[in-house]
Each structure stands twice: as C-alpha cells, then as structure tokens.
Design a protein around this ligand. Structure first.
Ligand SMILES: Cc1cc2nc3c(=O)[nH]c(=O)nc-3n(C[C@H](O)[C@H](O)[C@H](O)COP(=O)(O)OP(=O)(O)OC[C@H]3O[C@@H](n4cnc5c(N)ncnc54)[C@H](O)[C@@H]3O)c2cc1C
Length: 411
C-alpha cells in the first residue's frame, strides 16, 4: 500500500490526501512532526534532502514533497496522447465527461478525455450520492467515478489526467486546444464538460489557510481527522448538507452556517430531515463567516450573527460549500457565447429575439447541446441553465455524443 508521511496541517499534504481519496487509491497516512522525524522513521540520514510530505509507493519509490503531477505519474496516471488527432476531445472527467467518453468510445469514435486534476469532478469529492439511479444504498462519488473510469478505459478511451485545456481555437473544421503544460490537442469535435469550481468566501486571509484549515467542498478526505473537534460548514445547499452529515460522523460538533432563513430549496428533503435530527449538528441561519485567524493554520473564525454581532470561535477546520463558478476561461477568445456568469450557452438558448448570434455560420440551427461554434458541445454543470445533478450530467454527456455523430456525418 502507498504510505504518505506528513503533517496534518500542511496544505501540500492535504492536496495529496484529497487527490488519492478522489482517485480511489488506498493509502496509509502517517503523521510526522518534522522532516527529520520522517527521515528517522524511514531509516534515512537526517541531513538529507527529505521534505514532507513524503510518499512511498508499494515498490519502494520515494517522492519527497511531490507535486500532484509527480504523484499521478508515480501511479501511472499521466500518459501522453497516442494519436495526433481525435474524432472527439472531451474536457473534464466529472460525470458528464466520463459519460460522454464511455458512449463516444463504445460507439467507435476515437476519443480522448482530458482532466486537469483527479477523475470524478465534484462528484468525486462527495462522500455519498444517494439519489443516483440504481444505487439504493447510495454510492461514494469517488467509487462511481472509478467505475466510470474503468468502463471508459475498457472501451479504449485515452484518459489524460493532470492536463488542462487553457485556450481553444477553431480552424480548418477542427478544434485546436493548447494544454497548460505546452502540449496541443487536435480533434474534429469537442465536448466541454469542465463543470464548476468552488466559490470562495471572499474574506481576508482565506488564501493563507487553504488546505490548512479551510477546505472547499465535502471534505471527504478530511472527515476522519476531525475526531473530537468542533468544525464549521458554510452553505445551505445539497453539497453543504452532505458535508455536514459526513463530518458529523467524526467530529464532536458541526456548526452549519446558512446565509438565508432556511436551508436551500435545492436541498433534498431526506438530507434536511437528517440534518435536523442529528444531535451533534447545529444549524445557524442568517449567519456568515466574516473573518479568519490563526498562525500557520486556521485557529479561529469570526461568525456574524443575524443581529450583526460578531463572535470569534475556536476551530481548526472550516468547510466551504457555497456553489460554484464555471470553468470557461479557455473559451474567452473564441466565438463561443457565454452568459454573464460565464456558463456556456447552447441550442435554443442561443436565440435572442428570434435570432441566432451573428457568429453562427450554418443554415441549420444549433443542436440542443451545441455551442455557438458548430461541433463544439457542452454538457453538465458548465452549461447555461444546467441542472446541477450527477444524473443530469451523465445524461447530457451521453446525449452530446449523439450530436457529435450527427455533426461528424455532416462532413
Ligand atoms: C459535495 C457535493 C455533493 C454533491 N452531491 C450530489 C448528489 O448527492 N446528487 C447529485 O445528483 N449531485 C450532487 N452534486 C452535484 C454533482 O456532483 C454535479 O452536478 C456533477 O458533478 C456535475 O458534473 P460535471 O461533469 O458537469 O462537472 P464536474 O463534476 O464539476 O467535473 C468537471 C471536471 O472538469 C475538470 N476541468 C475543469 N476545467 C478543466 C480544463 N480546462 N481542462 C481539463 N479539465 C478541466 C475539473 O477538474 C473537473 O474534474 C454534488 C456536488 C458536490 C460538490
């Protein structure tokens, strides 16, 4: 088994724990107090260059203070594209991208799936998805993603992780995408399934404590380390609710801070019932985080109550789940139409006052999931007016592939 040595409050250590957890890679976490402590434990000279966190693979390869790319490479995850050109390139390996990849490859298209982090997207960060069809007991998001990854590989999808599409260009009837590490990807069509990223709180010192007490999302990898602690969760939607329930299994107390008078209307009613009946969970309505304090890690949060009073409360962990912003920066210099929040506009939503945008070049109208550039599709949360659900993302991924076929047949 992989062994990961580190300090619990170290941001790089958290990043690696999170990546391994989301990638469904079993590992043993071994708490260390210093680099020297670790060197001694591993029987290495204390004067060496060993820096925490340290990852040791089952074959004995030792990585000192590795980047996520180093870790992914050590696990054999990072590969280079095998082909010069693909029928379809899919960006984002969340539920939408994985579904698109499975259907595209199973239907004979040369398919590449490009993911900038770990496979699974937001779904991969959630401890339990209970409303996905066919899993009456629920399924951990990372497990669902891992099953989909294996299915995609079985059909011959090339999955490139730790690769990010940063700029797209449409010419010669193809999409050319620059990758962050300098590579280039060429395909006859593409599906953007880049989802959304967590919105930040926007309070002072937030960046100082990232991964060192402040976490975005469900905290699936961190919950086991919260034993006996009082932790805070910000947000009133489904994802915050799931984080609360998962953390409540380990922490002494979970305080959920909700900006409004009630839990979000988008939160599933089964989750609301559970939150209200869990004794170590308190919900504070009309409350917000207004400050953060600590040294190397988070020690206190300032909570503003409905009457405007601010109280500083001791805690080492704050989980933020307040919705997201779409990943569509890559499209900014293209003819792809985005809405005011940055979501990709597709199909009939492109029509305003009975007219398609001037940039649309074809006689036919755009297909349902097609953007304003023919052959470029969007699926899942990144799409304008999308329904933020795993099932919807999976459905749209599959549907986008049928439009890819129609587009490719147009020649
Ligand atoms: C904590 C939590 C709990 C949830 N619980 C549920 C639930 O119980 N039931 C439910 O139905 N839904 C749930 N959801 C919502 C659900 O997870 C999302 O609707 C779904 O994951 C959206 O899938 P997606 O593929 O569109 O996008 P995402 O899951 O956001 O995946 C997008 C992927 O694209 C990658 N990416 C971004 N930009 C680039 C780029 N430029 N190049 C390459 N890759 C890129 C990202 O790294 C990410 O992996 C939950 C969400 C969260 C966060």
């Amino acid at each position: 088994m992989i062994c990961l040595y580190g300090r619990l409050d170290d941001a790089r250590g958290y990043e690696i724990r999170d990546f391994l957890k989301r990638s469904v890679v079993e590992f043993k976490w071994i708490e260390m107090s210093s680099d020297e402590d670790c060197a001694q434990q591993l029987g290495l000279p204390a004067t060496g260059n060993l820096r925490l966190p340290v990852l040791v693979t089952p074959d004995g390869t030792l990585l000192s203070a590795p980047t996520l790319k180093d870790v992914a490479a050590a696990l054999g995850f990072v590969t280079n594209p095998r082909l010069r050109e693909y029928d379809v390139s899919i960006y984002g390996a969340g539920p939408a991208g994985l579904s698109a990849a499975v259907y595209a490859a199973s239907e004979g298209l040369k398919t590449v799936l490009i993911e900038r982090g770990a496979v699974g997207g937001q779904a991969g960060t959630t401890s339990m998805i209970e409303n996905y069809l066919g899993f009456p007991e629920g399924i951990a998001g990372a497990d669902l993603a891992e099953r989909a990854r294996q299915q995609a590989l079985k059909f011959g999808v090339e999955i490139l992780v730790m690769r990010e599409g940063v700029k797209a260009e449409f010419r010669d009837g193809k999409i050319w995408v620059d990758l962050a590490d300098g590579g280039e990807m060429i395909a006859r069509s593409n599906i953007c399934a880049t989802g959304v990223d967590w919105r930040r709180l926007g309070v002072e010192r937030e960046a100082d404590f990232l991964g060192g007490g402040v976490y975005y999302g469900a905290g699936a990898s961190e919950a086991p380390y919260c034993s006996g602690e009082h932790v805070f969760v910000v947000g009133g939607g489904n994802s915050a609710g799931q984080a609360v329930m998962h953390l409540a299994e380990h922490a002494a107390k979970v305080s959920m801070l909700v900006r409004n008078h009630a839990l979000s209307t988008s939160m599933s009613s089964y989750l609301i019932d559970r939150i209200k009946s869990t004794p170590n969970v308190e919900v504070r309505y009309c409350s917000e985080i207004s400050g953060l304090d600590g040294d190397e890690t988070l020690r206190k949060v300032a909570v503003t109550s409905p009457d405007g009073t601010v109280s500083w409360e001791d805690t080492g962990r704050l989980f933020v789940a307040i919705g997201g912003v779409p990943h569509t920066e890559w499209a900014k210099d293209t003819l792809i139409v985005r809405d005011s929040a940055g979501y990709l506009v597709t199909g009939s939503d492109l029509i305003t006052e009975g007219k398609l945008p001037d940039c649309w070049p074809l006689e036919r109208a755009p297909y349902y999931l097609e953007t304003s550039v023919p052959g470029s599709f969007a699926a899942g949360d990144v799409r304008h007016r999308s329904i933020k659900r795993v099932a919807t993302a999976v459905g749209e991924g599959a549907m986008a592939v049928s439009f890819v076929h129609r587009f490719l047949e147009e020649g």
